[in-house]
Ligand binder design. Structure first.
Ligand code: NAI
Length: 250
């Protein structure tokens, strides 16, 4: 039977690449995003479905997952990929930055874990949950400290959910990308370039410094790891965060 994967934040960037890769691997893919128009375009490209969601709203996440189940019958994989990236030094962060970034990046992952796990438990066959952390969630990085804190939180949620859900045969893992060239990274590069009076390419080159492989990631580099974690080849892996950063030296 065709397996079903939900990917949040899949209207662009890493989520879009993951949708394309999982489609190639034989999954039926549900594209969940705040941006319905973008989600519909990707859904068309992968013969999948698009559902609008705000991952920071628990009820909305349950509704969206329910819609996927109504349309596709069941789910096998949940990729909690949607995220936002507040930039700037910690001293510049205010309540809005904290509330929004934690609500989307950590809250969104928790609601995704809950909605998927409830459905997996109902189905009784287990399942796989895959969460977006970041290299910034492995070590502190000046300039993106608040974002990093939300991504440290994702690793904590991943480890604990893996322990709490193992009895239901649910595996929970995370991926931690280095800098991948997506609309999110390009927007950060643009901001940094503006501040430094440089062009965007200069800022992208700064991101690539310290990467052993000497280049930024393409979204497809991250999608391959998501596909591995979604596959049967990863059946004995849980509670882990896989770093995909081209060997970054800190
Ligand atoms: P992106 O900004 O290009 O795409 C994110 C998608 O999430 C967008 O389609 C957006 O509409 C959606 N989204 C945002 N808030 C949402 C919400 N509340 N509800 C539903 N959808 C929402 O981001 P990118 O670069 O593709 O990143 C994907 C994930 O990977 C994020 O969690 C990000 O933090 C993480 N990541 C990305 C890195 C990079 O260098 N691009 C590095 C490390 C982690």
């Amino acid at each position: 039977m065709t397996k079903v994967a939900i990917i949040t934040g899949a209207a662009q960037g890493i989520g879009e690449a993951a949708a394309k890769r999982l489609h190639q691997d034989g999954f039926k893919v549900a594209i969940l995003d705040f941006n319905l128009e973008g989600a519909e375009k990707v859904a068309q490209a992968v013969d999948g479905i698009a559902v609008k969601v705000d991952v920071s709203d628990r009820e909305d996440v349950y509704r969206a997952v329910g819609e996927v189940v109504d349309q596709l019958g069941s789910i096998d994989v949940m990729v909690n990929n949607a995220g936002v990236a507040p930039g700037g030094p910690l001293m510049a962060m205010r309540e809005d930055d904290v509330n929004k970034s934690f609500a989307v990046n950590a809250g969104g992952v928790l609601w995704g874990i809950q909605a998927a796990a409830d459905q997996f438990i109902k189905q009784g066959k287990g399942g796989k949950i895959i969460n977006a952390s970041s290299q910034a969630g492995i070590v502190g990085n000046q300039g993106i400290g608040l974002y990093g804190a939300t991504k440290f939180a994702v690793r904590g949620l991943t480890q604990t959910a893996a322990q709490e859900l193992a009895e239901h045969k649910i595996a929970v893992n995370a991926y931690a990308p280095g800098s991948a060239v997506t609309p999110m990274l390009k927007a950060s590069a643009h901001e940094i370039a503006q501040e430094a009076g440089q062009d965007d390419q200069w800022a992208l080159d700064q991101f690539a410094q310290g990467v052993t492989m000497g280049r930024l990631a393409e979204p497809e580099d991250i999608a391959k790891v998501i596909a591995f974690l979604a596959s049967d080849d990863a059946n004995y892996i849980t509670g882990q965060t896989i770093v995909v950063d081209g060997g970054t030296i800190f």
